[in-house]
Design a protein around this ligand. Structure first.
Ligand SMILES: Cc1ncc(COP(=O)(O)O)c(C=O)c1O
Length: 391
């Protein structure tokens, strides 16, 4: 360094914890590139591509059209199609004008937090929970308020939590829920969801509902916050059920008075979500038969895990009612899930995600197993894990 030259440092706001799942994925990819036989159960992405109708439509568009920007809030035809989806799937009427098309649900979180909260706002998050909620809030100078959840509350934030937090110093401005949730797969029963929304309404707390895993459930029915209120911000995505992670497309349904502020933010942030993805995604809603077959495959993978894990001494895990994750207590084997996952990957080629990603306090003795891959890989991973644990 030149003497006297001031050191230019990264901002305080950018000091957010890494998402270790992506680090594990990088190590797994490096091992695979080096010729190792790697089974990746560390990342939450379907191993099957977008439905054929979607891919065909995208190919047609690339060949035929100038691909320009769309309106900031999204292609009108896609917003209309999403509104129709809410009518058909949940029986709720949402005007297309309250639907905002986003760059994945990740883009939606940023917009939602910015539009709904001022800096310093306190937002309750389930712990364990999806790490980017916390990171984005930190980067925006919001205060994430972790709520430790476990079996006793179905791994979800409850109305009682909201009541209690509202009476604490600082109060509460927002609650973020996901049902089904990542990493626990837990779901909010209808009555609990209604009570939670009632508590938010009573205290003037904004609810944000991440509904990205809707469509991927195993016997229970998922509910949209829109079935109970128009005041919530509901976020969804084409990434999971629709198998379109890399298309970077999601949406949110927002209260009427947030539409214009969000439109202005989008215009400045990224102008519009990817046009080809938007136009092709309209067809995704006609592919539910194909997509439900894929969910049936997840259900078979889930059965494989539920049968194999107890035989290896892993007997405690969150409910696995939805999404494609099993969050397992591995305390009989380790209290350092980071090194456990690193050794497992090194020794067997099986990549799992350390629980510390989702829960900085108690995640040291948990791992998340994604079962979004093929049946053969899931079964093979369980065989390798069992052999490794037996030593
Ligand atoms: C709970 C949850 N929300 C949001 C996302 C982000 O999805 P995307 O930005 O691809 O829509 C993920 C990804 O794993 C997730 O698990």
């Amino acid at each position: 360094m030149t003497a006297g030259k001031p050191l230019l440092l990264p901002s305080r706001r950018s000091d957010v914890p890494p998402f270790y799942a992506m680090d594990v994925l990088r190590s797994a990819s490096a091992l695979r590139a080096a010729g190792r036989d790697v089974l990746s159960l560390c990342v939450g992405q379907p191993s099957i591509g977008a439905p054929k109708l979607v891919r065909d439509e995208a190919a047609r568009l690339i060949a035929s059209d100038i691909i320009g920007y769309t309106e900031a809030l999204g292609l009108p035809a896609l917003r209309e199609r999403i509104a129709q989806y809410y009518r058909e799937r949940y029986g709720v009427n949402v005007p297309a004008e309250r639907i905002v098309v986003t760059t994945g649900s990740s883009g939606a979180f940023l917009l939602a937090f910015l539009a709904a909260f001022d800096d310093g706002a306190r937002i309750a998050l389930a712990r364990p929970g999806y790490p980017p909620y916390f990171a984005i809030q930190k980067a925006l100078d919001l205060e994430a308020v972790p709520v430790d959840v476990d079996q006793s509350t179905g791994f979800q934030i409850t109305a009682d939590h909201v009541d209690a937090l509202c009476f604490q110093p600082g109060g509460l401005n927002g609650v973020m829920v996901a049902s089904p949730a990542n990493p626990t797969g837990s779901m909010l029963p209808k009555a609990d969801f209604a009570a939670l929304i009632g508590a938010c309404a009573a205290h003037g707390v904004r609810l944000i509902s991440d509904e990205i895993y809707h469509g991927i459930t195993f016997g229970k029915r998922e509910h949209s916050a829109l079935e109970f209120t128009d005041d919530a911000i509901v976020i969804n995505s084409f990434s999971k059920y629709f198998c379109m992670t890399g298309w970077r497309l999601g949406w949110m349904v927002v209260p009427q008075n947030l539409v214009r502020p969000i439109e202005a933010l989008v215009q400045s942030f990224y102008i519009s979500a990817p046009t080809i993805s938007q136009a092709a995604a309209i067809r995704a809603f006609d592919c539910t038969e194909e997509l439900d077959q894929i969910v049936a495959g997840y259900a078979r993978n889930r059965d494989i895990l539920m049968e194999a894990l107890p035989k290896m001494g892993i007997t405690r895990f969150a409910p696995v009612d939805g999404a494609f994750y099993l969050y397992a207590d591995v305390s009989p084997f380790t209290n350092d899930s980071m090194s456990f996952c690193a050794r497992l990957l090194d020794d067997t080629g099986v990549a799992l995600t350390p629980g510390v990603d989702f829960d900085a306090r108690n995640g040291h003795s948990f791992v998340r197993i994604s079962f979004a891959g093929s049946e053969a890989d899931t079964a093979d991973a369980m065989r390798r894990l069992q052999g490794w644990l037996r030593g």
